[in-house]
Design a protein around this ligand. Structure first.
Ligand code: DX5
Ligand code: ZN
Length: 228
């Protein structure tokens, strides 16, 4: 079965002084989701944006806002992000001892629930929460910054997660170092949602966001089809 490939540009690589325009531009130029990286300077060594910024960009797109929380603890912030307009809320398995509770809170807020694992975390960390999940976000770099190199060992982890999921309707999203070349590797391994910051906002076609999105999608779709 080939799943449609979805492209989720990370606005971490956008021009923050023109964030609304940047979000409208990726929407108009063919993105599927808008990926929002939330960092707290504690769970990861960088600080980015909070619920007020999510609320501010919400009117600039009709696409799902895919909010990636790299914060610990996270539970107190789930409702503010839901209210700000997040459609999908992803928390890190490493962010606290009560992942199952965090996922229950996201579902109770009526939002889609995701869990992310960093490169060092084995897929067994999510084995007992699969039935609460809409999405698994496999970090293909160590979270904290855009523009890092893809970690090749993550391809095997994606393959094992695809097996673990079985027939469940759960997306496998990848995040970090996704380019036209690595898009093919992760799609072949079983990922169907590709986050890309640098490769969309300053990719092989420079600032042609639509062209960059189309190239990523074409590369991933061809690899996924070849495998099927
Ligand atoms: C990293 C973030 C990513 C990042 C990806 O911690 O979660 O979403 O923006 O950036 P690129 O695509 O440039 O690796
Ligand atoms: Zn992210």
């Amino acid at each position: 079965m080939t799943r449609p490939i979805l492209i989720a540009p990370s606005i971490l690589s956008a021009d923050f002084a023109r964030l609304g325009e940047e979000v409208s531009a990726i929407d108009a130029q063919g993105c599927d989701w808008v990926h929002v990286d939330v960092m707290d300077g504690h769970f990861v060594p960088n600080i980015t944006i909070g619920p007020m910024v999510v609320a501010a960009i919400r009117p600039h797109t009709t696409k799902p806002l895919d909010v990636h929380l790299m914060i610990a603890p996270c539970d107190a912030y789930l409702e503010p992000f839901a209210k700000a307009g997040a459609d999908i809320i992803t928390v890190h398995a490493e962010a606290g001892p009560h992942l199952d509770r965090s996922l229950q809170i996201i579902k109770s807020l009526g939002r889609k629930a995701g869990v992310s694992i960093t490169p060092a975390t084995p897929e067994s960390a999510i084995a007992h929460v699969l039935d609460r999940l809409d999405l698994i976000l496999v970090m293909t770099v160590n979270p904290g910054f855009g523009g890092q190199a893809f970690i090749p060992a993550m391809a095997g982890k994606i393959r094992r997660i695809r097996d673990l999921i079985g027939d469940r309707p759960i997306h496998i999203e990848v995040d970090g170092g996704i380019t036209v070349a690595t898009a093919a590797i992760v799609a072949e391994a079983g990922a169907d949602v590709l986050v890309a910051g640098s490769a969309v906002f300053r990719g092989e076609r420079g600032g042609d966001y639509g062209g960059n999105i189309a190239d990523l999608r074409a590369s991933a779709a061809a690899a996924a089809e070849l495998k099927a």
